[in-house]
Design a binder for this molecule. Structure first.
Ligand code: 13P
Ligand code: SF4
Length: 319
């Protein structure tokens, strides 16, 4: 703990000295989340991270999250230096949607508006008309449907199915999934709800249909956090990466938070839902960014410029 405190103090100092700001996702280590907030940075969902990085005046963004978040920051702010604690921190959705296969899929369906989730590479975004995140996907697809557009959707099949059900849009889907949310189990959730009859169920839409069907609130990480803060229930079953419990406990201290089950026996599975790539973000990695400029994200032209359009379209839509 003394070493961790020393590392945190050094990071705070270096952030100032290097004109840098820490932009963190809710799934990363709690100390990193606290440090981001204590030093003028942000802990946020992926939409808010993108907006914050774009709007902040700092010369360097240190993005604690996974690779697509660093890439989005760089695409939006090519003149800023974007550093990440571990460049190997990726995402199963990104890995499961290679740019060349995705391009062939788009080529085969030229009549469709291409909508991609934020959790994709810059090269995939370069082929897209729209980027969406979990907090605005529903509104954007609804808007496209009202314009009579047919959609090609990638890569998360659960989020895609949820949006398709909600909007009735014509959506052709890529078959990807998040390895963390895909593990939540509907049957076990049903049993857990019986043990906690007054609990509200909060579900990230990357989860399977059987889990989403039991939700009181479906939303992005920030939307789920707000549901805990504002909700009047005493207890909440949370079906998303358990890294978010850190911020939920801080902002809703009196409330009981229960992790949704990911395996056959929820009683034996205490911390199953945690992204291995988000877990690669550590204090030492942030120190390496700030001390020697390690972990720099680059997005080559013309991919960067081509990917910018779909992100800006989303940001203009949500304002
Ligand atoms: P949010 O945009 O809801 O934070 O989710 C993104 C995500 O899956 C990060 O892993
Ligand atoms: Fe990707 Fe899932 Fe990890 Fe988010 S939690 S970064 S969607 S693998």
């Amino acid at each position: 703990p003394a070493e961790r405190e020393a590392a945190k103090a050094r990071i705070a100092e270096l952030l100032k000295a290097r004109d840098a700001v820490l932009v963190a996702h809710y799934y990363v280590d709690g100390d990193l989340q606290d440090l981001a907030l204590a030093t003028g940075g942000i802990v946020a969902d992926s939409l808010e991270m993108a907006r914050f990085g774009r709007d902040h005046a700092a010369k360097t963004l240190v993005v604690a999250g996974v690779r697509f978040m660093g890439e989005s920051a760089k695409i939006l702010s090519p003149d800023k230096r974007v550093l990440m604690p571990d460049l190997d921190a990726t995402c199963s959705l990104d890995l499961g949607c290679p740019a060349d296969e995705f391009a062939a899929f788009c080529d085969a369906h030229p009549d469709r508006e291409v909508v991609v989730y934020a959790n994709t590479s810059a090269a995939v975004k370069a082929r897209a008309d729209w980027m969406v995140t979990s907090s605005c996907a529903l509104a954007i697809v609804e808007h496209l449907k009202n314009q009579g557009r047919k959609i090609l959707w990638a890569p998360d099949r659960h989020l895609g199915r949820y949006i398709q059900e909600q909007t009735g849009a014509d959506m052709l889907m890529w078959n990807g999934a998040c390895i963390v949310h895909d593990e939540f189990k509907g049957l076990e959730l049903d049993l857990l709800k019986r043990e906690h009859p007054g609990a509200m169920v909060l579900v990230h839409p990357e989860s399977p249909a059987s889990v989403v069907a039991q939700a009181d609130v479906v939303g992005s990480t920030s939307q789920l956090l707000n549901a805990v803060i504002r909700g009047d229930a005493p207890a909440y079953i949370v079906a998303t990466d358990n890294g978010i419990l850190h911020r939920m406990r801080q902002l809703a201290p009196g409330k009981t938070l229960i992790e949704a089950p990911t395996a056959g026996n929820s009683a034996t599975c205490k911390s199953c839902a945690h992204c291995p790539w988000m877990a690669m973000n550590a204090l030492q990695g942030v120190l390496a960014c700030l001390e020697h400029g390690a972990g720099e994200i680059t997005v080559p032209e013309p991919t960067r410029a081509q990917a910018l359009g779909c992100i800006e379209r989303m940001l203009d839509f949500v304002q």
